[in-house]
Ligand binder design. Structure first.
Ligand SMILES: [Mn+2]
Length: 349
């Protein structure tokens, strides 16, 4: 069976209302939409008197945990995997339908299969949920969840404290804003703006959210970014990659000790050189002495007018890694400089 809708939102809403105890989960390393989706469904269940809890496999991107408030969410360290305990009569998988993104919980979800429902906006997925609604026309999974919340007969303001925080609307706005790059990406269409307006009317403080999510990094991270940018070089890509320029940046172990930045604070740095018009892809090479490896992150821009783009999944595969066509990673057991030389040679080839 293909990954497509096989039931209705109304039917899923009825299942949720009729449940006693619900577990809501999403893809590993949740982003704003994944976390917003989990919080929205848990809060909607609670609003109709159904016991519900979120189950999230870390690492958790950005400052998303600040939005949990009193909503019950269990965080699992993937290095110490564990499974839910006790009886759940329904499981909800949001913002994904792919086994590869649900590794930790997969044994539990497989055993639950007939009692797993899914709501997603991705084009590809597996038979994780027995009953599901998949709508790729939604800019975020939370955009789809607006329909679920309405079908459950729950107010968007449900869950809000005295200051209007921790509502369903806030969780939905978080997904909308982050998955559309704060309403800049092509998936921010009229529908997403209309939904966003409804969430603001329901009391969401968008400025506070922006500050919490996008302006809350440590000074150490900015100092690390300065180090990365000062190492920036532009390499002309060979014919195999379609020409143009590819940016390479490197971070040594000393860059971390001298700035006081943490390894996880490299998140997002690889995207910085993409601001340059001529850059088609970017590579960040990071020395991780604790793990004894050099980590590579690859990113590429979407296809240009000529329909060409750098397939970084393929590029990463040459370093024993992989991922997606526009975002991939790899690990290498070699010195930082040797890996950078290797990257340069591969790009020029
Ligand atoms: Mn999403």
């Amino acid at each position: 069976m293909s990954y497509s809708t096989n039931t209705t939102i109304e039917a899923l809403a009825r299942e949720l209302r009729g449940a006693r105890r619900v577990l809501v989960t999403t893809h590993q390393k949740p982003d704003g939409d994944a976390m917003g989706s989990v919080l929205a469904v848990v809060r909607a269940c609670e609003a109709v008197g159904v016991a519900a809890e979120g189950w999230v496999v870390d690492p958790c991107e950005g400052n998303l945990r600040a939005f949990e408030g009193p909503t019950k969410v269990t965080h699992v360290d993937p290095r110490a995997p564990r499974l839910p305990e006790g009886e759940f009569d329904l499981a909800v998988v949001v913002d994904t339908g792919a086994w590869t993104q649900l590794e930790v919980l997969a044994p539990w979800l497989r055993a639950m299969h007939s009692r797993v429902i899914g709501l997603d906006h991705h084009a590809r997925g597996d038979e994780v949920a027995a009953r599901r609604v998949v709508d790729v026309s939604c800019g975020s999974c939370t955009a789809l969840l607006v329909e679920l919340v309405q079908a459950m007969g729950v107010e968007l303001r449900a869950g809000a404290d005295d200051l209007g925080r921790h509502s369903i609307a806030e969780a939905i706005y978080m997904g909308l804003a982050t998955d559309t790059g704060w309403f800049r990406f092509p998936n921010a269409r009229a529908k997403e703006f209309v939904l966003a307006a409804h969430m603001l009317i329901a009391g969401v403080d968008k400025n506070a959210m922006y500050q919490q999510l996008e302006q809350s990094s440590r000074a150490e991270r900015m100092l690390l970014q300065a180090r990365a940018l000062s190492s920036l070089e532009f390499v002309v890509a060979g014919r195999a990659l379609g020409g143009g320029e590819i940016a390479i940046m490197r971070l040594r172990a000393s860059d971390f000790t001298e700035t006081g930045a943490l390894l996880e604070e490299t998140s997002g740095l690889v995207n910085e050189p993409m601001e340059v018009a001529s850059v088609r892809a970017s590579v960040l090479v990071v020395e991780d002495t604790a793990a004894g490896v050099v980590k590579l992150s690859f990113r590429s821009k979407p296809a240009g007018e000529d329909g060409r783009f750098v397939d970084v999944n393929e590029l990463a595969a040459r370093f024993g890694g992989g991922g997606h066509v526009h975002a991939a990673g790899a690990k290498r057991k070699a010195s930082l400089d040797a890996v950078v030389d290797e990257v340069r040679a591969t790009i020029c080839a």
